[in-house]
Design a protein around this ligand. Structure first.
Ligand code: ADP
Ligand code: MG
Length: 646
């Protein structure tokens, strides 16, 4: 008899399973989505391997790249069977229990902060969701890399066992996951419920999914002479016998006409088992965009991203010419949970297909790093099917594809921003409205609030985007010189005149006639900056000042010396360039003379602590302002560097 070996789950996996078992209010059905997604991943892997390795798929049933779902009401089990890569003994031990994925602890943390269990798939630990509905799970698996078939089993009691399957390698290749359902989860054995769920979760799976169905069929069969009367209603359980009866009757020709006055047929109920194909397994991106509904795109996005929200926006396009490809790209509504953990970490955001075959989701050079939040698929006919993952790096076609995709993403973001702007144009700006409201005896703030509530479908989308991904756009501005101008148009800042963030275009559009430069200052928050002595003079001259309050801003702006021909000037720096009239220039000279003794006194007192002491052009009423030399770290930048922010 095969030896059974016991293993303890890794500590975090244990915690994770506890959370799942004790989660009473979550949507339990998500387990099916996770199992289908795992089966699909496993099928993708074996299909990819079969491109370069002869004989990988095997023969007969084993070679069929599909999955099957079977409910057994008597045993109260639900099984999902796939012909994917399968798992070796080591795989089973590592992937299903002893090696914690990075997402394990993230999930535990997110859950403790109120995240729902059904987000589990996003954290790369979806398998364990089986314990939402099952108290025992059996995973039988056969990989090409292991001559034996293994059985993994656990009742989620902090241990699992692995045993060699005494039945031998019956699967050929692939995995069968059998859930022994909890008493209150038997609904997942009901055909109607299963069909609905499988349909829902498999709509965009690119492999056929079959559901084992049982049907009662009523059939008219000829009456067998030897059969006694009055048995017409008896349900014939044995299908084969019925078939035989029919054949016999057909063979006996001539009888029919002879007994014309007697009833010759009877109704028989019989049980028919069948494999019902549930999905059409046609890749969405191969269909014409005009024939795809918004709902279909959103459902596809959810399958692809495991996000429970809809996408904020998307683009579907076919590139033609020397390099041909089809692509659907989405921008999520919110930043994924791990987006801000590490900017440089590997991402799996784009699935790369070649002629409908998934090649990889780990090739992260299609889109630049600053677009890591974009999700999507790209499928090209211009790549060789046997392209190896190693070859991808040097592939020129992929470079062209990546460039085009980047442009498409930036255009999609720009469209969001423009949609917001064109709607905004029809309305008055906040300030004008507030003034009008005061005239009407209404509170200004109220009037502005009224307006916010009207946020329609398009309006507010860009603000949402900016809030979620603005930092990534700022990183892009630093890293992608070829798209710098495009990216600069996406920037948004509050200013001395507007609490609402505006674009640089907006700023330039409302510059004073005599204003030559764009002024900005960075600091903690808008209130502090409004009071900063460094901007006193600018504000007194009614010049709008951009307030940069994000830790990245000052780095970003170093890569943006000008916008639409206007220089960007940091008001916190020493040589503040102002357009002075003759009177102001004269006055400055007078002050310089008058305060020369004070200036040398202060310099002597502070000594080496300051570079120099001068009569400032920044001030109106404050006696003193500390500024930074024209080249060097500003005070705000030093603070940021100390904090080692994002
Ligand atoms: P993820 O799918 O995000 O990697 P899961 O918790 O869903 O996380 O699955 C964990 C791992 O278990 C998978 O990465 C895979 O290695 C393995 N696995 C799960 N189901 C299957 C399957 N049907 N066939 C092959 N391997 C599987
Ligand atoms: Mg999974």
């Amino acid at each position: 008899p095969a030896k059974k070996e016991d293993f303890a789950f890794q500590a975090d996996v244990n915690k994770l399973m506890d959370i799942i078992i004790n989660s009473l209010y979550s949507k339990k059905e998500v387990f099916l989505r996770e199992l289908i997604s795992n089966a699909s991943d496993a099928l993708d892997k074996i299909r990819f391997m079969s491109l370069t390795e002869e004989g990988v798929l095997g023969e007969g049933e084993t070679a069929k790249l599909e999955m099957k779902i079977v409910a057994d009401k008597e045993a109260k089990t639900l099984s999902i069977i796939d012909r994917g890569v399968g798992m070796t003994r080591e795989d089973l031990i590592q992937h299903l229990g002893t090696v914690a994925q990075s997402g394990t602890s993230s999930f535990i943390e997110a859950f403790s902060e109120g995240a729902d269990v059904n987000l589990i798939g996003q954290f790369g630990v979806g398998f364990y969701s089986v314990y939402l509905v099952a108290d025992m799970v059996t995973v039988t698996s056969k990989s090409n890399d292991d001559e034996k078939q293994w059985i993994w089993e656990s009742t989620a009691d902090s241990t699992f066992s692995v045993t060699e399957d005494p039945a031998g390698p019956t699967l050929g290749r692939g995995t069968q996951i059998t859930l022994h359902l909890k008493e209150d989860c038997l609904e997942f054995l009901e055909e109607e419920r299963l069909r609905g769920l499988v349909k829902h979760y498999s709509e965009f799976i690119n492999f056929p999914i079959f559901l084992y169905t049982t049907k009662e069929e009523e059939e008219e069969v000829p009456i067998d002479d030897s059969e006694a009367e009055g048995e017409a209603d008896e349900a014939g359980e044995e299908e084969e016998e019925t078939e035989e009866e029919k054949e016999e009757e057909d063979d006996g020709d001539g009888d029919d006409e002879a007994d014309a006055e007697l009833p010759k047929t009877k109704k028989v109920k019989r049980t028919v088992n069948d494999w019902e194909l549930v999905n059409d397994a046609k890749a969405l991106w191969t269909r014409a965009p005009a024939d795809i509904s918004e709902d279909e795109y959103q459902a596809f996005y959810k399958t692809l991203s495991k996000d429970h929200n809809s996408a904020l926006t998307y683009t579907h396009f076919n590139a033609e010419g020397e390099v041909e490809f089809k692509s659907i790209l989405f921008i999520p509504e919110e930043a994924p949970h791990d987006l801000y953990q590490d900017y440089y970490k590997k991402v799996k955001n784009i699935k790369l297909y070649v002629r409908r075959v998934m090649i990889t989701d780990e090739f992260d050079e299609l889109l630049p790093r600053y677009l890591a939040f974009v999700r999507g698929v790209v499928d090209s006919d211009s790549l060789p099917l046997n392209v190896s993952r190693e070859m991808l790096q040097q592939n020129k076609v992929l470079k062209v594809i990546g460039k085009k995709m980047t442009r498409k993403v930036l255009a999609m973001i720009k469209a969001l921003a423009d949609a917001e702007k064109s709607e905004g144009d029809e309305e008055e700006d906040d300030e004008a409205k507030a003034k009008k409201a005061v005239g009407e005896g209404k509170d200004g703030a109220d009037a502005a609030a009224d307006d916010d509530e009207e946020e329609g479908s398009e309006k507010g989308k860009y603000a949402k985007f900016w809030k979620a991904f603005g930092k990534y756009i700022k990183m892009g501005l630093m890293e992608d010189s070829s798209n710098r101008t495009r990216l600069a148009k996406l920037l948004r800042y509050a200013t001395s005149k507007s609490e609402k963030e505006i674009s640089l275009e907006d700023y330039v559009g409302r510059m004073r006639d005599d204003q030559k430069h764009i002024y900005y200052i960075s600091g903690e928050n808008r209130d502090a900056l409004l009071r900063s002595p460094a901007v006193e003079k600018l504000l007194a001259k009614d010049i709008e000042v951009i307030f940069m309050t994000d830790s990245l801003d000052e780095y970003t702006v170093q890569h943006l010396t000008e916008f639409e021909g206007k220089r960007l000037i940091n008001a916190a720096r020493e040589g503040l360039k102002l357009d002075e009239d003759a009177r102001e220039k004269k006055l400055h000279d007078v002050y310089k003379d008058k305060f020369a003794p004070l200036v040398s006194f202060v310099k002597a007192t502070l000594g080496g602590k300051v570079d120099k002491v001068v009569v400032s052009k920044h001030l109106v009423s404050s006696p003193v302002v500390v500024t930074t030399a024209d080249y060097g770290w500003t005070a705000q930048m030093e603070k940021v560097m100390k904090a080692q922010a994002f």
